[in-house]
Design a protein around this ligand. Sequence first.
Ligand code: DPP
Ligand code: ZN
Length: 894
Amino acid sequence: PTVVQRLDYTAPAFWIETVELAFDLDPAKTRVLNKMQVRRNPEVPAQPLRLDGEDLNLARVLVNGSGTSFKLDGGQLVLENLPEGPEPFALEIFTTCAPLKNTQLSGLYVSQETFFTQCEAQGFRRITYFLDRPDVMASYSVLLRADKAHYPVLLSNGNLVESGDLDDGRHFARWHDPHKKPSYLFALVAGKLVAREQKITSRTGKEHLLQVWVRPGDLEKTEHAMRSLMHAIAWDEARFGLPLDLERFMIVATSDFNMGAMENKGLNIFNTKYVLANQATATDADFANIESVVGHEYFHNWTGNRITCRDWFQLSLKEGLTVFRDQEFSMDMAGSASARAVKRIEDVRVLRTVQFAEDAGPMAHPVRPDSYVEINNFYTVTIYEKGAEVVRMQHNLVGKDGFAQGMKLYFERFDGQAVTCDDFVQAMADANPASPLAQHLDAFKRWYSQAGTPTVHASGVFDAQAQTYTLTLRQSCPATPGQSASAKQPFVIPVTLGLLDGQGKALPLQLQGLNVGTEHTLVLHQEEQAWTFTGITSQPTPSLLRSLSAPVLLDYPFTEAELLTLLAHDSDAFNRWEAAQRLSLRIATNAIAATAETATEKEQNPANLLPQSVVDALRLVLEHPQLDAAFKELVLTLPSESYIAEQLDSVDPQRIHSVREAMRRQLALALQPQWQAAYEAHAHTGAYQPEPIAAGRRALAGLALNMLCLAAQGDGVWAGKAYQRVKDAGNMTDKANALQALVQSASPLASNALDYFYRQLRHEPLVLDKWFALQAAAPDVQGSVLPAVKALLKHPDFVLKNPNRARSLVFTYCNANPGGFHRLDAAGYIFWADHVLALDAINPQMAARLARALDRWQKLAPPYREAAREAIARVAAKADLSNDVREVVARALG
Ligand code: DPP
Ligand code: ZN
């Protein structure tokens, strides 16, 4: 397989100015006529035109209306005898493709008798021969022809120019997109669909038509998506001055989709999971995800579409920035400071559990990678979530207004162009010349080029005599593939902090005689720096990296007392939560590390791993009269097994599971009266509204019910209540939480409840996904999960080809159930290998995602490590593996 290198980038030898596409849509054989105006790029030495293509049948090539000679070379169509000179020439290519056979869901495919496209990153070449790279931007006109009875709705990007009937029951629609775009933003949809419509008028008085297209019957589930879209439009205009630039903006939902959604210009295509919702089928988390994904794709219209990526190494230019924008959108929509903190905690949880693990594993890569084999493997949490953190740091270094100025300059400079990550950060610095970002720009850019999660090692010295507190920060970053630790240069790390006195009160901060308030951001840009705070009269407790001001690990020897102070008093809600996480994480890792001989009495008796002081502190949070329920739920949730695993050098997944379960049981029992009170206070939230306060109450009630079922094992009272709730709950959040409580406590009522749930909701595909996932994540009572998962593979509703369904059962088992997956008999790994191979024959992108479930095999303790290696080696040994899976397993094996 070819390795693509970032530094090999050269401008295209030809530009494609206009594209006229004519489709005769037929599931078995679709005919595509592609007429382009092409001209040589005078800045590049003359060379043949090489057009990308994949799985196409080529019928005809005409240059300026006449036949021409051509070669096919490794999928590319090579044209050598093209007109000389700078004038554009007409290139006409006629091909066919087979949408019905397209199980990869890249290019043109059929789902439930409807045509869809997915062109990012390189799907357009599966539709026609083209310069399928993001820096070639063209004007598109599209003619769609299809059978009218089967495909009454014909959609493409831009504006509908003309439509009408043809002979033989066929009809046509002609679309023109007024904006130039790269091929990855092309889209078409054809099928039996209906739309929720909304007309809006922008601030400047322009009218726009918004549409959400779904299958007939799903219309009543589109209200929330439409509302989210309207909020997103208003938000981008208010916060960044970025208006909707289209007369028509369409969202179409499909149940067969590799990703979450896709920002095609004016015609976003979405996974149904991120469009369809009503209270009977969708949870609060689903509603929140819809708002965020609808926002994300809409925000791409400016950050991604108007300004796009020069090449795919710059993917984070649009994704990191757009994730940052959707996170800010969700926070602004959430409203209160507490709800913002809850959203931040949720985002950080994903970053630290998934991205930090990626950054420490074999697939680690910089936010702007240097090479790839298969670009689809680089749609990662590093590009998205770490990329968003890198943008967030810029936001913090230049301030909210400075950031808005930077965005303005970015659009002034680059609107309509395909640019690089460097171009973005340069605009941000140029718009804020006095900021620490501009001051340390070259060093800051290392966030784009150096992989790995840095650690900030902090130490503080209080000098009672001098009344000073000196904080020393030192940074380090481990080696990552292709980058040794010693070759890494210091990062620019904003460390936002406060100091608390013994009573937990915020201390005024004085640096070099200057009063800087009670919260301040230090900029660590050297390997080690120290700051001395004056006027400090007693030993302070530092609250460091507030709101996770940088995507780093913090190494500071907190005492238990310090953490308890932070948990009880810190003004930064994020660090209050973080203190609780640190307390339980430390207890868990100590208990896991303790061998039989060195174990303390507590560790030998895992019923009481948490000391009374910690239990009491958590009780105070749970009973707290002012704290929001959503925040309580986060504080009372122990760090996940995968997060605990990341803190350890040698991972025994069963030991982690049993220690965490013991801690969970202890909390369930020790706080039983408080759980009961919390449940009773929050179980009924009135008429369903998917908003943060009510959602937080439902979340806490759900956790409480879980704990009550766990504590009351054997006595069926709470299980009985949970079962009743599965039957009666008026919304999916309460229903799913109750079902989960039964499943997670391995209640004898779980199977009845699962049956009931299935019978009631079997006609709702997105709910069935939940039903499969709940079972795949069930506790592994005597090795029961794998056989249950295997039985579910044979369930009539299970379809491996459908990505959502595959994710719900196979991916959940392999990624989200460590206790059930890491088996002593290696059967989980064998199952994994079988499914990576099975999926690879259907859909390589999906297979490669699943392949990453064993990324961290090198950290596993014996005998898991060797068994995992064998399973990976078995996959790698398969001769006709896709490039996607090949790249992942080759990197895993090193
Ligand atoms: N659909 C993906 C996203 O929006 C790729 N652009 O992030
Ligand atoms: Zn995106």
